[in-house]
Design a protein around this ligand. Sequence first.
Ligand code: ATR
Length: 272
Amino acid sequence: MKRLAIIGWPIGHSRSPMIHRYWMERYGVAGSYDRREVDPADADSFFSGFAASGLDGANVTVPFKEIAARNARRREAIVERTGAANTLWLEDGELAATNTDVYGFLANLDDRAPGWDVAAGRALVLGAGGAAAAVVEGLVSRGFAVDVANRTLARAEILAARYPGRVVAHPSGEATSCVGEATLIVNTTSLGMKDIGRIDLDFSAAKSGAWVTDIVYAPLRTAFLAAAAERGLGTVDGLGMLLHQAAAAFEKWFGIRPEVTADLRARVEADL
Ligand code: ATR
């Protein structure tokens, strides 16, 4: 019996419990998966003392992915490269961490945008937070050069410095000038989530055949994706990233790779 939870602040919106409970039932594994809200002021002590939390493992979401990575005693290479962790477990009583967001991002595109990386050219990434770190790592691993545009230029510069010669930082005002070169455009900012504004990008210079994706999945069809579709571009919503990162996390805990089925996707969609 494994006790698991999603840890964030706030955490009420998370669909992770629904996803993992579905798989626990389907594969007949014993466990619980709850939401655990941690006050940011207590986050360091929570993660450094994880073994005493009563949990056997966890997923981590905003705003704790970096803090979780720092506090882990055993970090997979992908955590070192991104500086962020979204999946935790205990190994000999020590906190271990990986980042399955990178896989989730790539698997979603592999699944829904056939051939998206065949001619890996330039990608444009909007945002430079924890989610962007995973997206950029995934894109560089598939051979892309990446333009990162962010409201706070310094954060984009810190991200770019991890990949010398592969990633270029821009202030968000320069995003539009990068559109014409991109074969993939990704929104990693929280803008576009229900009630949190919208991100505006002028797609008129986009290459035909370019793909556009959003890591926001509530709503499924963000204004960002709708604008890209209107311009005739192929779009991929963010729900698949959530499902695929969860599948890789589930395998870490239970040793079973669960299937991301149409039925599961439909259930989560119905709950958005
Ligand atoms: P996550 O882990 O989801 O990436 P984060 O690390 O808080 O969360 O990053 C949020 C991203 O959304 C950042 O790129 C942030 O821009 P700043 O670095 O300038 O803060 C971006 N973002 C959030 N609100 C924004 C807004 N109102 N306008 C522009 N960008 C915004």
